[in-house]
Design a protein around this ligand. Structure first.
Ligand code: SAH
Length: 427
């Protein structure tokens, strides 16, 4: 016989008394959501798990260290009955029933007056799934919905007016899996996307046909002119009431001219939000198995732009000071000037034998790595035909671990981008 379905409802528990009986793993799982809803939680339990104890210590709930006794549920709006004593659970259930307090039970769903759905949240939407007797299925359905909303594969347009404006989104180093959840959602909702040469260009192919894609890499001017044309396009589309995503490689504020664009938009009165991204400075080394710090090896990492030669009067970099550091140096935009940079570092004291790795187009299918030392790096890069975009990592961290995707001797067996596309975390 089919089960009578439960009646779903969203309880507004803020400031209302909720009683939790038992301090074990069930309570530990449910308490965060009760607290997030603002419930005034009283926990009755002789013992509790360390994380439940921590909630009590932090003053997030009131803990009465004792067993359940008749009368505990008086004045409660809602109860979670989850002690390890079936007789106490049954007695509490009976009290809840008598006082008309809705109660869930960890040990006996049949005698409970309420059931906890599998829940998840994504950008202001709460998903709650009840399947009756199949909690795994509930969790799976919940995961499918939350994931789908997050990555845009579940199409559920918002009907509240979206604010027109520009979102400056850091797209990560290139692998489409390495954009943030928020960035991906904004892409799925955009009317116009203005993309760079760097970043997750594969994501552009997935955009629905009505989305206008402006490829900033194809704007046929010099660098300064191109930037002006980009700013002009951002302002024009936003002022026409469209939601615009400015998709940038890595993080928008790491050598990405992000703040220049923010300033221009602000001056034009266009609302801007910035979504941070995973910078190539850290993620590209990681993708090939190089940690930018390692205990006992490097206690600092310094990210430097190599777009100007060390002797260029416009350079703001103190290369001599960098040569005295013992930690990791990560150079961006440095392929063309690697010879001059390496020579300067050696001249000011960095050992010539310091390991160097150069990674071209990290986290993409075209990823390539060249290993060398400070003394040999420029030649190795030239011989291998390494071209921008590439990251240069200088320091002992280069040789601490097993390496993925390395072309040289001792190469790992993993292919390009290995280790970067692992399973996403669940809801
Ligand atoms: N905002 C970006 C950096 C922009 S500067 C970020 O946070 O990653 C452009 C430089 O970034 C390139 O010249 C190169 O040095 C580096 N870069 C970006 N993506 C890269 C990738 N996938 N592989 C190697 N280097 C990359």
């Amino acid at each position: 016989m089919p089960e009578t379905p439960a009646y779903p409802v969203g309880l507004r528990l803020a400031g209302r008394r909720v009683v939790v009986l038992g301090g074990g793993s069930v309570s530990q799982r449910r308490l965060p959501a009760l607290l997030a809803a603002g419930a005034d939680v009283t926990l009755v339990a002789p013992e509790a798990t360390p994380s439940v104890e921590a909630m009590a210590e932090a003053g997030e709930l009131t803990w009465e260290r004792r067993r359940y006794r008749e009368g505990d549920l008086a004045d409660a709006w809602y109860a979670l009955i989850a002690t390890d004593d079936p007789a106490a659970n049954a007695a509490a259930s009976a009290e809840a029933e008598a006082h008309r307090v809705w109660a869930v039970r960890s040990d006996d769903a049949e005698s409970a007056t309420a059931w906890t759905p599998a829940t998840g949240r994504s950008e202001g939407v709460t998903v709650a799934v009840l399947t009756g007797r199949d909690p795994r299925r509930s969790a799976a359905v919940r995961d499918a919905i939350v994931e789908g909303l997050r990555d845009g594969t579940l199409s559920a347009p918002r009907h509240r007016a979206r604010t027109a404006g520009v979102a400056l989104v850091g797209g990560g180093p290139g692998d489409p899996d390495l954009i943030t959840v928020r960035g991906r959602r904004l892409l799925a909702e955009a009317d116009v996307v203005i993309a760079d040469r760097l970043g997750p260009r594969d994501l552009l192919d997935e955009l629905p046909p009505h989305v206008e894609v402006v490829d900033a890499a194809k704007i046929p001017y010099g660098r300064a002119m191109a930037q002006e044309a980009i700013n002009e396009a951002l302002i024009r589309h936003a002022k026409a009431g469209r939601s615009v995503v400015r998709l940038k490689g890595g993080d928008p504020y790491v050598f990405g001219r992000g703040m220049e664009e923010v300033q221009q938009l602000a001056d034009a009165g266009v609302p801007v939000t910035v979504v941070p991204g995973i910078t190539s400075a850290v993620s590209v080394p990681a993708a090939v198995g190089i940690p930018v710090t390692h205990r006992g090896v490097a206690h600092e990492f310094t990210v430097v732009s190599g777009h100007l030669a060390p002797d260029d009067p416009r350079s703001l970099v103190d290369w001599e000071a960098l040569a005295h550091l013992r930690g990791t140096l990560v150079l961006l935009m440095a392929v063309e000037r690697l010879g001059a940079i390496a020579e300067t570092l050696i001249r000011h004291g960095r050992p010539a034998g310091t390991p160097v790795a150069v990674v071209q187009e990290g986290t993409t299918a075209a990823e390539r790595t060249v290993d060398a030392t400070l003394a040999t790096a420029a030649r190795a890069v030239e011989e291998a035909g390494i071209r921008p975009p590439a990251i240069v990592v200088i320091g002992e961290v280069v040789s601490v671990g097993p390496r993925a995707g390395t072309a040289g001797p001792g190469a790992g067996t993993a292919g390009p981008g290995a280790g970067t596309s692992g399973a996403d975390a669940g809801a």
